[in-house]
Design a protein around this ligand. Sequence first.
Ligand SMILES: Cc1cc2nc3c(=O)[nH]c(=O)nc-3n(C[C@H](O)[C@H](O)[C@H](O)COP(=O)(O)OP(=O)(O)OC[C@H]3O[C@@H](n4cnc5c(N)ncnc54)[C@H](O)[C@@H]3O)c2cc1C
Length: 337
Amino acid sequence: GGLGVTDKLITCLMVEELCWGDAGIAIHIVASGLCAKAIEAMGTPEQNKRWLTPFCNPNNDAKMPHIGAFCLTEPGAGSNVTGMSTIARRDGKDWVLSGTKQFITNGGIADTYAVIAQTNPEAKTTSERVQGLAGFVVQKGAKGLTAGNDLIKWGVLATNTTEVHLDNVRIPAENKLGSDTTGGMMGVVATLEASRVMVASAALGIARAAHETAVAYAKTRVQKKPIIEFQAVGHKLADLETHIQAARGLVWKAAWMASNNVPFTRGEGSQAKLYCGEVAVQSCLDAIQIHGGYGFMKEYDCGRWLLDAIIFRIWEGTAEIQRNTIVRYLSQGGDGE
Ligand SMILES: Cc1cc2nc3c(=O)[nH]c(=O)nc-3n(C[C@H](O)[C@H](O)[C@H](O)COP(=O)(O)OP(=O)(O)OC[C@H]3O[C@@H](n4cnc5c(N)ncnc54)[C@H](O)[C@@H]3O)c2cc1C
């Protein structure tokens, strides 16, 4: 969506290119898409029209497109989403939200917040807790909505990351996303599955930046002869070239499936995100090694890219959670090719 781009493969190409130089700036540009995706995945057509339009600014008027934040993670509930303690309580025609969200990208600067909360505080079993999750739209300026300080991070420095506090935030009933069958946990899963492919392509952009820089350096750095001619260096580059091409294959396949409404049968989105995250980190480590002492200097970008790459093994589901997801597909069938 936005600017007429509807194909996920094209989105992935754009994100890969943006992340080639500075993943922080790229993520700042695309992070609102996660909030928009959550609304799209959980909302009714009427809600989508109302809440998504401001992200796209289709009338090209003077107003800035909305910035969005997706609020899922909490201080005590990261990978274990159903353990969240943010509560949504029905009060007459309104919903009242209370809780704290952690590590929220755009938390301090968003216009629109897609907040996941538990509507059944009595839920005891996992199944009851899953059933009780729901998505809500909260707008900037809502009474009781505040953000903490911009957290100090090692990487993706251009992004804004804060706690988001919801202190009895009262919102009208129509801000609860979806009907009982389209909202909730299924919406969370759909949001993350869809966004993982884009996140994977972001990691791929970092991997490529480090690899291309390493190849160029190895061709020009001479220690008796250009270091690319030493097998130990050349093989590193050959391995990385192969891993990057394989990673791109996973991204493009998952993006094509998502664009053509072909359901994932083997956790293809998770495969892409898992592999691209690992390749990005390895690519940066190898680039530092190939640059020798210069790679350890801030004058060169490889170290900065490494710190950016590491977050791709953590956010939107850690590498371990991606593996859990892939094996869950396999244990439930996963032979759909
Ligand atoms: C810069 C940044 C931006 C972020 N932006 C957002 C955002 O916009 N919105 C949002 O909602 N969240 C956001 N997050 C949160 C991010 O998605 C979480 O940090 C991530 O999901 C992990 O949760 P956690 O940090 O609580 O780690 P934990 O869940 O506590 O995990 C700690 C370790 O235990 C492992 N582990 C946990 N459970 C399992 C399991 N079942 N099986 C195997 N291993 C397991 C993990 O893999 C990890 O290695 C952001 C985080 C960062 C750092």
